[in-house]
Design a binder for this molecule. Structure first.
Ligand code: MSP
Length: 642
């Protein structure tokens, strides 16, 4: 039976469309899977979505949707992006799937039986964007408002009954595990920060929440839902059948994961909590975590909350999938954060793909066709220049394999470019367009060596650019990569004896007219879903007259169960009547004599026969209840907000 390779991506929060950062994690996993498929291994790529928790509930509430309808609305766009980018995933897991819910509950029950869970009270800080409990030792400086160690945003204080997982009991076991498996994380240096975090002392982990309801019910206590990370991490198990006796064989076949891809912001969850969760139910550890850096825009991480995300669909429409895959894998080193610019992308597409690779193919094809040399048969007698090329390829394959062991894709594919450049040098140096005039056999040998080289290139680059490299195979008249076949062994002991039937096609990598610096920033704007599109100028803002008003009278509006007619004192701006549809949220006495914020220069409108001369502002809390917008201290009625 062939070896198996189980690789996972993080599961994505569904409070936004996928962006280039999400695509990055997914492409790395796909390239890893395809690299193993090239060895003939049976591969399983898992991806999916993380759909529970406070952050999602809040995002759903903000658009007045039920959480399930809200999360459902994102699935098609994730799948569309993965399909456009040729992500060959075997399963798409959703944490709202019943099979996942069952698996998480089975896992909790196993921990309960083992005595690893107890009930207590959580008192501390929580970061909703990261869905993380923040421990005191995380605060660099104990300021009055602690910030999250991961994202730097302000946390909020929580005090709630909670079930705890005895994480502290796993401290020594984790340290032993890291010691015995120094290669658990790639790049290996990342393990040091993990070890020092664990060494500084692990506290038991709160794994349930009572103040939110959008989550998996905690077994045996419906007032609690499972903490989102305890829920989410288990997707790696639930997707392959954990907890389902009928799928035991499948589960035993795939687990442990061979590679788990994740960004550096979620290392602690994957390198500390996750192994401890697995130890607790006596499951083997994943073999390796691949931790990549961030894609940045300028100096900032690309992220939805900063409004600086690049839209993968817009990129696809402009450049196609494979060149973007190539750029992400080859030019963003997994070890580092890297800026993304259209200028650099276009430069790399032109230099590496159009000039180095595409042009080599074109020149060979044009010349071969012009000389009716389109069928290349095996049995060439190679001379020293070709033998040198062959030796170089043997070295290159070894180097590629060595770097691929650590999933250092950027380095691995840099080796391939050494070979591509050498083949270019060979082709150019041999001057086949001159040789053909005097020595047909030599000409055929040069074309043949170039075709053999291009064949090798098409195979070794297939994990990164599957479609383009299959096109290259077709242009050479050879079969495309076949899953389940060990292509890599062929490359390792390649005999340079394939036959080819060369077919002229449209250029593999059309050259892009590079934008000037100014134009490239316009192009960059175009591929971004940028908050810039929604910004307003200060002049526009000052057009809105926001005034503090005191509510002096609250009247019911006949025949309306929603409206109040408020009498509002706006100081020097006069007394106004403002209709507000908040009767289901507030009793009259909740509003009377309170100060609120009003839009005072809205065009008056008639509601249920009454004229409304302004609008009162409210904010909706995660449970859908409205809260009044007010000022922290008393100010004179009519004070303008600025
Ligand atoms: N839902 C959690 C993961 C749970 S896994 C059990 C989560 N989701 S996320 O949508 O916020 O991020 C998913 C992945 O996208 C992470 O690996 C994260 O690092 C990656 N990226 C998000 N923005 C990124 C960049 N700007 N650059 C590179 N990767 C980034 O965390």
């Amino acid at each position: 039976m062939s070896k198996k390779f189980y690789v996972t991506t993080p599961i994505y929060y569904v409070n936004a469309q996928p962006h280039l950062g999400s695509l990055y994690s997914t492409v790395l996993a796909d390239v890893a899977a395809r690299w193993h498929a090239l060895h003939g291994e049976k591969t399983f790529l898992l991806t999916g979505t993380d759909e529970h928790g406070q952050k999602i509930a809040q995002a759903a509430a903000a658009v007045q949707q039920a959480p399930k309808d809200f999360v459902d609305s994102f699935i098609a766009s994730f799948k569309r992006v993965w399909d456009l980018y040729e992500i060959n995933y075997q399963y798409f897991v959703r944490t709202t799937d019943q099979a996942h819910v069952n698996a998480v509950q089975a896992w909790i029950i196993a921990l309960q039986k083992k005595g690893d869970i107890y009930k207590s009270k959580y008192q501390g800080y929580y970061c909703t964007p990261c869905e993380t409990f923040v421990t005191e030792k995380d605060f660099q400086e104990l300021s009055s408002i602690p910030t999250c160690p991961t994202c730097g945003r302000i946390t909020h204080y929580l005090e709630e009954e909670s079930y705890f997982f005895k994480l502290s009991a796993y401290q020594e076991k984790l340290l032993d595990f890291y010691k015995n498996n120094p290669d658990f994380i790639t790049p290996t240096e990342r393990i040091h920060e993990v070890i020092s975090f664990v060494k500084s002392g692990l506290k038991d982990l709160s794994i349930s929440r009572t103040t939110i309801s959008w989550g998996i019910p905690f077994p045996g206590d419906d007032r609690h839902v499972c903490y989102v990370w305890a829920d989410a991490l288990n997707n790696y198990l639930s997707a392959i059948g954990y907890g389902n006796p009928e799928r035991k064989k499948e589960f035993d076949f795939w687990w442990p994961a061979d590679l788990q891809v994740l960004g550096k912001d979620i290392v602690r969850f994957h390198a500390v909590y996750w192994p401890a969760f697995l130890m607790a139910v006596d499951l083997p550890m994943p073999k390796k975590l691949l931790v990549h850096g961030w894609i940045k825009i300028g100096e900032q991480k690309m992220s939805k909350s900063l409004g600086n995300v690049v839209d993968p669909i817009k990129l696809y429409d402009t450049y196609g999938a494979d060149v973007i895959r190539y750029y992400l894998v080859r030019h963003l080193a997994i070890t580092q954060d890297a800026p993304f610019t259209i200028e650099d992308l276009e430069h790399r597409i032109n230099a590496d793909l159009a000039d180095d690779l595409g042009n080599l193919l074109n020149r060979m094809m044009v010349l071969a066709h012009a000389q009716q040399c389109t069928t290349i048969s095996s049995g060439q007698v190679w001379l020293s220049d070709e033998i040198e090329l062959q030796k170089l390829f043997e070295d290159i394959v070894r180097d590629v394999q060595a770097d691929m062991k650590n999933y250092f894709f950027h380095r691995a594919y840099a080796h391939v470019w050494k070979f591509i450049k050498a083949v270019n040098g060979y082709f150019h140096g041999q001057e086949p367009w001159k040789v053909v005039k005097s020595d047909r056999a030599a000409f055929e040998r040069i074309i043949a060596a170039t075709a053999q080289s291009l064949y090798l290139i098409s195979r070794i680059l297939w994990p990164v650019m599957p479609k383009k490299m299959n096109d290259l195979s077709s242009a050479l008249g050879v079969e495309q990569v076949v899953l389940g076949q060990d292509h890599l062994s062929e490359l390792c002991s390649y005999k340079w004896d394939r036959t080819f039937i060369l077919q002229q096609r449209t250029p593999l990598f059309p050259k892009i007219v590079p934008a000037t610096t100014d134009a490239s920033s316009v192009k960059q704007e175009k591929v971004m879903n940028n908050i810039q599109a929604h910004v307003i100028t200060i002049d526009e803002f000052t057009k809105i007259e926001l005034l503090v008003g005191t509510i002096t009278h609250v009247a019911l509006v006949p025949k309306s169960d929603k409206l109040y007619a408020l009498t509002v004192d706006l100081g020097v701006h006069g007394i106004r009547q403002v209709c507000s549809g908040v009767r289901q949220h507030f009793a009259p006495e909740d509003l009377l004599h309170k100060q609120g914020v009003f839009v005072a220069n809205l065009q008056p409108r008639t509601m249920m026969g009454l004229t409304s001369q302004g609008m009162m502002l409210f904010a909706e809390n995660p449970q859908g209840k409205l809260e009044m917008v007010t000022v922290a201290g008393a100010v004179a009625p009519g004070t303008r907000l600025r």
